[in-house]
Design a protein around this ligand. Structure first.
Ligand SMILES: C[S@@+](CC[C@H](N)C(=O)[O-])C[C@H]1O[C@@H](n2cnc3c(N)ncnc32)[C@H](O)[C@@H]1O
Length: 1006
């Protein structure tokens, strides 16, 4: 078979992809696919699009003959080639001359060819297509999408022509039909959705029924009803229905909004009495002048803020349920502070809401008392231990008290003291049903420690009534939609969605699917784990982290209000995603399947891009039961098989959770075995003309040695990939994870994941010795490292990302033999890769000025602490500088025989690099950090403009500093260096766009 190298195996416009990916990760715009339903580790659109495109498109070096036939391109290439040859010739002469003179001038590489230049020019053209394609704003830009699809087709036709004589040409190379796409670990469908947009028939499978449902909603359902107008009576009344064109899934989205509103109104009729307005009385306004304008008015409630209580451990107050508040602050917005004050009277307490910050330090009582002591008793001040809380929780004695009511004011949210009426009405709710599924998973689910054992326990009685009312209403809604669809001309064929129906029954079910997803959102904002964000005066969802975590105080939002917890808002968010993100291409299919049973071929081998679970990082099954219990209740009649089991299947889930496999070793063996089988399946079934791309994001805090070189998550995964017969033909760090600027360096959260580009290992792969392997690492890693840094990899991920190029070397040997004749394991290979990386980083020091090199070594030894003058002076000799010079440079303070480096916050605010006669990389980094902390990215951009191109070296210094801090466990400083690099693209963008900036220079093409 003739196989062409793909673009992703040679080059990618990484910065453009990562910039867009991280921007959207930081804040998802309305309609972004991730807003369709909660999922964990969702890939950003930019990465998904770029990776699938570049794995399908040929690298231009494989079709230069074709390029030569374009006269204009040839002419441009010829002139660029002449210029390049001239530069090369000069470099060669210089290096010749230098020989024997003692000067070290490196020889230039091989002389350029016209072919290289043609390929480079063409690559730049493909890069422009990718740069447009990755932008979220171009999601519906047909011109941009067409350009990308045309390129995919052009490469496909080349593959078909190359392989016209292949014995399986009919099955494998049909020039009129692109291969299908399959992601067998589809999650929330980010990759299948973008493959569909690129014109591929898309298949998604996942073990988890919630994930499968999301994929059905993302790729399977919308194309069935593409271009159809809505059926709801409002739309039918409206002339627009006939005059406007309903594109893609717009009609479906309109119906979701309409019937969602109907559900909301109907629910309000049934249970609205449980969510009363709050009346502002004269009494309330007595001590709160800000409430005066509201006296006599009834205000809509946004949320009721509750605190959990337990019996005081002090026997004198054993009858009092004392509060366990994480804080008494309700609003921490500067100038708009509001807090709750507990008032103790006659052996009891009540809460009152006050404007401003608390006056007394006594406010600490009742709130968290630090990690060990848990809380202090509000009544007596005695410590309340976690074990006491656990015992009380397990005995069912944990209670709750209303702390405050948040209502809709004229100009924003207002906080009111709790009232007995509001507390009572909540307690009146009598749920008819509650999910009795038990919570599982120890480390990610800590609520069971406190007596919350079932999913029903995660909700208040009122929330249970609400969610059951909405799920019950879904059935009625489905009937309504069907009746309206029939009235609009849909046929009454009775064929359901799951059997390929496209008429009235199926349409009504389709609308119900999206409404049930809106109920999921209602549950996410409507459990007793949802909290109040005092910084923004808004609700925080129940599962902001990859865990089901206890919340001591919680916010019970109103389902009828206008905030995130309101059903109208939930429906709006889902419908916006339907409108904006879905229905971008052809057919899609989503199925529930274990990766090891999945029939990847679907009749013809697919292109595969996938994102398997990251060892033990996320327990999807344990977490998604939170939604499953509600979805099952409403969707079982529609997807009987998918929601057939009582809970999300767990046994086959490919995560290394010790609690499911008796031990850590058991979990590791299960993961390795399962992942190897999965990878073997991918290698066997993927279309042979394309590499397979695999995302992997993992940073293991647990490591087997002090150096932190071994990480079970990575080496087990890589071992599976290599065992399955894959060789790695490329690795790309992608900014796919959340912004981790505020995450501690010990956490195993990553900012980037690595995309491994894999091809079946060549049958002629050689066995080499350990020495050969080391030599190859030393030759190739420094360049790969520089490449990663240019791609702005977060320093926190650098060591992890460097595994990629190292593994590319290792995985393409049939084996690496160590001195004893045994095979070098993946773990040993990883250790060697890390060693070489360390050396390469140290070598980069040569790029810094003498003062900065001195500062680096000093920082390594002493950080920002003082040290002896004598040592500083001695070191300065070795670095060709002097302490006096360093003082002049503004880097250090030297007093009374002691020397220390200035911390960023101590540096002069009026520093101007343009007038600094001794500008150093060290100063640039630390001033940028100072300004970034104080004035944010916009402020840093102003400074960066002044620094100009000189600043680039400071990014390199940041990597070095981060690595030092990580080794020395200086977490605070490490975060600052990591943060600067992560903000770099944004700072550069702002600096470029600042008024008065010169037009950005056109990137030199060659
Ligand atoms: C990293 S996530 C995929 C995330 C996805 N790319 C996205 O953007 O949302 C990994 C997925 O693998 C699924 N999974 C775990 N074990 C599986 C198995 N044995 N077979 C199929 N899927 C499995 C999980 O349910 C999870 O959805």
């Amino acid at each position: 078979m003739k196989n062409r190298t793909k673009l992703i195996e040679v080059a990618l416009p990484l910065e453009a992809i990562n910039e867009e990916a991280s921007r959207r990760k930081r804040k998802a715009p309305g309609g972004y696919p991730t807003t369709l339903h909660k999922w964990w580790a969702q890939r950003p659109v930019a990465a998904a699009r770029a990776v699938i495109f570049a794995q399908m498109v040929d690298d231009p070096s494989t079709y230069t003959a074709e390029l030569r036939s374009d006269p204009k391109l040839l002419q441009r290439a010829k002139s660029a080639f002449r210029a390049r040859l001239k530069v090369w010739e000069e470099a060669r002469l210089l290096s010749e001359k230098a020989k024997g003179s003692g000067l070290l001038v490196p020889e230039p590489g091989p002389s350029p060819t016209l072919e290289d230049v043609l390929a480079d020019l063409e690559r730049q053209r493909l890069f422009r297509i990718i740069e447009d394609l990755v932008l979220w704003d171009n999601t519906k830009n047909e011109q941009v999408l067409r350009a990308a699809r045309d390129e995919i087709w052009a490469s496909w036709r080349r593959a078909c022509a190359d392989n016209a004589d292949h014995p399986s040409a009919t099955a494998l190379f049909n020039r009129n039909k692109l291969p299908a796409f399959h992601d067998p670990f589809a999650g929330s469908g980010a990759l299948p959705l973008e493959a569909q947009r690129l014109g591929l028939e898309s298949y998604a499978s996942d073990l988890n029924p919630v994930a499968v449902l999301i994929n059905k909603a993302a790729i399977e359902i919308p194309p069935k009803f593409a271009g159809k107008p809505p059926v709801n009576p409002d739309a039918r009344k409206n002339k627009n229905l006939f005059t406007r064109q309903w594109k893609g899934a717009e009609g479906l989205a309109d119906d979701v909004r309409f019937y969602g509103q109907w559900m909301r109104d109907e629910a309000e009729k049934r249970i609205g009495r449980l969510y009363p307005q709050v009346a502002v009385s004269t009494e309330m306004a007595k001590s709160r002048p800000d409430l005066k304008p509201y006296v006599g008015r009834n205000l809509n409630v946004i949320a009721w803020l509750w605190v959990r209580t337990v019996k005081s451990p002090n026997p004198a107050f054993a009858q009092v349920g004392v509060p366990l508040a994480s804080t008494f602050m309700l609003s921490t917005k500067s100038g708009k502070e509001v807090h709750v004050e507990p008032v103790i009277e006659s052996g009891r307490y009540r809460f009152t809401v006050k404007i401003g910050k608390p006056m007394s330090s006594g406010m600490k009582a009742g709130t968290t008392a630090g990690k060990r002591a848990a809380f202090t008793c509000l009544m007596s001040g005695v410590p309340i231990s976690y074990s006491h809380i656990r015992t009380e929780g397990a005995a069912g004695r944990m209670g709750m008290r209303l702390m405050a009511i948040v209502a809709e004011g004229e100009r924003g949210r207002i906080y009111l003291s709790p009232t007995a009426e509001h507390e009572n009405v909540a307690n009146e709710a009598k749920p008819q049903w509650a999910p009795d599924l038990r919570l599982e998973g120890k480390c990610r689910v800590n609520v069971s420690n406190y007596g919350m054992d079932t999913f029903g326990d995660l909700f208040t009685a009122r929330q249970l009534v609400t969610l059951t009312t909405f799920t019950d209403l879904l059935r009625e809604t489905c009937e309504r939609v069907k009746a309206d669809a029939l009235a609009c001309g849909f046929a009454d064929d009775g064929k359901p969605l799951r059997d390929g129906g496209t008429q009235a029954t199926a349409y009504a079910e389709a609308v119900s699917v999206y409404l049930s997803m809106s109920v999921s959102r209602l549950a996410d904002y409507g459990s007793a784990l949802a909290t109040w964000r005092s910084k923004d005066n808004a609700m925080r969802s129940s599962l902001p982290k990859q865990a089901i975590q206890m919340s001591w105080d919680f916010a019970e939002g109103s389902p009828f209000g206008s905030s995130s917890s309101g059903f109208s808002e939930c429906v709006y968010v889902v419908s916006k995603a339907i409108d904006a993100a879905l229905c971008g291409g052809g057919i899609g299919t989503a199925e529930q399947a274990n990766v090891s049973d999945v029939s990847l071929a679907q009749g013809r081998p697919p292109v595969v891009s996938t994102d398997p679970p990251y060892y033990d990082n996320i327990s999807y099954a344990d977490l998604s039961d939170f939604f499953y219990v509600w979805l099952r209740r409403s969707l079982r009649p529609i997807y009987a098989d998918l929601f057939g089991t009582l809970a999300v299947p767990k046994v086959e889930e490919l995560v290394a959770t010790p609690y499911r496999h008796a031990s850590k070793t058991g979990a590791e063996a299960f993961f390795l075995d399962g992942m190897t089988k999965a990878m073997e399946r991918l290698a066997e079934h993927a279309h042979p003309a394309f590499p397979v791309t695999i995302y992997y994001a993992f940073k293991q805090s647990e490591s087997d040695d002090d150096e932190g070189t071994a990480s079970t998550g990575w080496d087990t995964f890589l071992e599976a990939v290599i065992k399955a017969g894959f060789g790695i033909s490329g690795t790309w760090p992608m900014r796919t994870e959340g912004d981790n600027r505020s995450v501690g360096i010990d956490s195993n959260a990553l900012a980037s994941s690595i995309v491994l580009v894999c091809r079946p290992r060549s049958a002629s792969a050689q066995a080499v010795t350990r020495r050969d392997f080391i030599t190859a690492l030393k030759a190739e890693l420094p360049q790969a490292l520089a490449h990663l840094q240019r791609g702005n990899i977060a320093p926190v991920d650098l060591a992890q990302a460097a595994i990629g190029p190292g593994m590319a070397i290792y995985s393409n040997y049939s084996s690496v033999i160590d001195a004893g004749g045994g095979k070098l394991s993946v773990r040993e290979a990883l250790a060697l890769i890390n060693e070489t990386l360390d050396e390469a980083l140290a070598e980069q020091e040569g790029d810094f000025d003498s003062d900065s090199r001195w500062a680096l070594t000093w920082f390594e030894q002493s950080g920002f602490d003082e040290g002896e003058y004598g040592i500083a002076e001695q070191l300065s000799k070795a670095k060709v500088t002097s302490v006096a010079g360093l003082v002049d440079a503004g880097i250090v303070e030297s007093k009374r025989g002691r020397v220390r480096l200035f911390r960023p916050e101590e540096l002069p605010v009026d520093w101007d690099p343009e007038t600094d006669p001794r500008l150093t990389a060290w100063e640039m980094v630390h001033h940028l950090i100072r300004v970034l902390a104080k004035d944010g990215e916009a402020g840093a951009a102003v400074l960066l403009r002044k620094l100009g191109a000189k600043a680039e070296v400071s990014r390199e210094l940041c990597y070095r500093l981060y690595t030092l801090c990580e080794r020395k466990k200086r977490a605070t400083e490490a975060l600052a260096y990591n943060g600067l690099v992560q903000s770099w693209p944004e700072i550069v963008r702002l600096a470029r766009e600042a008024p008065g900036s010169a037009e950005p220079e056109q990137g030199e093409l060659l």
